[in-house]
Ligand binder design. Structure first.
Ligand code: SF4
Length: 252
């Protein structure tokens, strides 16, 4: 998480410099981009203890982060930068055209392009390349497309830029598209999940990706369905899930 955060902070600095160069001919300062890796790392260390895996040290991982940023800087720079890490709050709409009570909050890493032809770029650091199929199915891409459409009035292309943490890092671009019908389906999905949350329906969604670093694993193993005599209070399980997800340690 710290590595991903440091890479994101550095690339946000890079994109802001590109935007400033376009708007007022400001100079690019690549050293400031790389310095941002360590600055963000230190900022996060100041917020709490950072645990490193037994086979990886702080210096090694800092080196990986710097190499990922360098790999990105070597790619074709985006032009026509419209927004960098812009936080937007927009309404969600279901497939029947009704607005949901709860809005969507989205922070796109980068929005760029020409008026009427925008691209949302989502930066990922990953141990492996992404497949076209997973990007085409990603609800996250629908969230970004919907948020951009609401904010800028255009259905954008969504572009995943995957920085792979391989020995020689590389930047992989995978693009996908969304329409109003995808956004309606997203609204239906959120509406259904919201109904389940309100009704206290919680259950584990276990996977190596979700659970391997989850600090609530033992509580989760003790979970029983609501109504069973040994079930924990529903609100307890809700709290566990929400804490795990807010801390970014689970994505189920
Ligand atoms: S709460 Fe943690 S252990 Fe349980 S399913 Fe979610 S991620 Fe896995």
């Amino acid at each position: 998480m710290v590595l991903g955060g440091a890479v994101h902070a550095a690339l946000a600095e890079h994109h802001r410099q590109l935007q400033a160069r376009e708007e007022r001919d400001a100079a690019l300062v690549p050293e400031r981009v790389l310095a941002e890796v360590e600055a963000e790392w230190q900022r996060r260390e100041g917020e709490g203890t950072v645990a490193y895996p037994p086979d990886e040290s702080r210096d090694e991982l800092l080196g990986v982060a710097r190499r990922l940023v360098t790999a990105y800087l070597a790619t074709e720079p985006p032009t026509g930068i419209v927004a960098v890490e812009e936080r937007v709050t927009v309404p969600l709409v279901n497939s029947r055209g009704a607005f949901l009570e709860k809005p969507l909050v989205a922070v796109a890493d980068l929005v760029y392009g020409e008026p009427g032809e925008l691209t949302v770029r989502e930066l990922k650091t990953s141990a492996r390349a992404f497949s076209q199929g997973e990007v085409d199915l990603a609800p996250q891409a629908t969230c970004y497309a919907h948020a951009t459409h609401q904010r800028h009035g255009v259905w954008p292309r969504v572009e995943y830029c995957v920085l792979t943490k391989t020995k020689t890092p590389r930047a992989q671009l995978v693009t996908t598209e969304r329409t109003a019908s995808h956004a309606g389906r997203l609204g239906d999905l959120v509406e259904s999940v919201d109904r389940a949350v309100t009704a206290g329906v919680f259950y584990p969604i276990e996977s190596p990706l979700n659970c391997s670093g989850c600090p609530f694993r033992s509580e989760c193993r003790a979970w029983r369905p609501s109504g069973s005599p040994t079930a924990p209070r529903p609100e307890l399980h809700q709290v566990l899930h929400e804490a795990a997800h807010q801390n970014g340690v689970a994505r189920c």
